[in-house]
Design a binder for this molecule. Sequence first.
Ligand code: 13P
Length: 274
Amino acid sequence: MYSTMLPMLAQAKKDGKGVPAFNIHALEVVPMMARTAAEKKCPVILQVSVSTAKYIGFRLLSLMVKDVAGELDIPVALHLDHASKLEDIEGALAGGFSSVMYDGSRLPLDENIANTQKAVKLARDAGASIEAELGIVGRGKIIESYPYTDPDDAVQFVKETGVDALAVGIGTHHGQYKAKTNINLDVLRAIHEKVDTPLVLHGGTGVREEDVRTCIRLGMLKLNFGTELNVSWVRRAKEVFGECEPDESLRELMIRCNDAMADTIRKKIDLVRF
Ligand code: 13P
């Protein structure tokens, strides 16, 4: 069934498990992602960047996710990832998304709080769940000096915004699939001791399996995986499309690529539902 993140995060907290969030880059993978999660009986958050959401169309994407979610016995959320403009949040909510993320992490604390409060109101009015970010998750070239989230700032942030989930900077980087991330578990532990709001792991691809499990124990209930899924699809596509005849069925070719991504999804689900 189509859902916000709220019931999934509440249940995950009770069970001591994580909820996986998988990044969509193209419509083709959507039914496969939701059905693979259902086969594993695992609630799932399907998420898109603003660019992907605009490439597909907010409404078209939400109609597809709602339709496939309707045939399944697991909760499925559609979440906008890293929106730094409130107008994109409005677009997603008007288009039927069940969840959004406002990312003001590059702003001073007071501005991040003020904008997040506006985003929270938009989400609440639409009956959607909302995530925000404090501290910085790296992107692209690895820079070791990204600021970690300050635990006291996190206390103030969740108190003043009332967000449903908080992404924190503990040293992870988006798109890191060639090396493993050195995360700072002491920072995470300090945040977890002071903040009850579910925390979010960004840049899940580069995080060691044992660290993912520790992160869940330390309050990270939403765990984002994007690049590794993309890599598994494209790697298979290079083989499949490289060796095929041009008149082979595009459907059959893409099913083989989807199968590779589904295998990665099953592994990630096993990792967060240990
Ligand atoms: P990765 O692509 O590094 O797995 O990160 C995904 C993510 O955090 C999306 O916000």
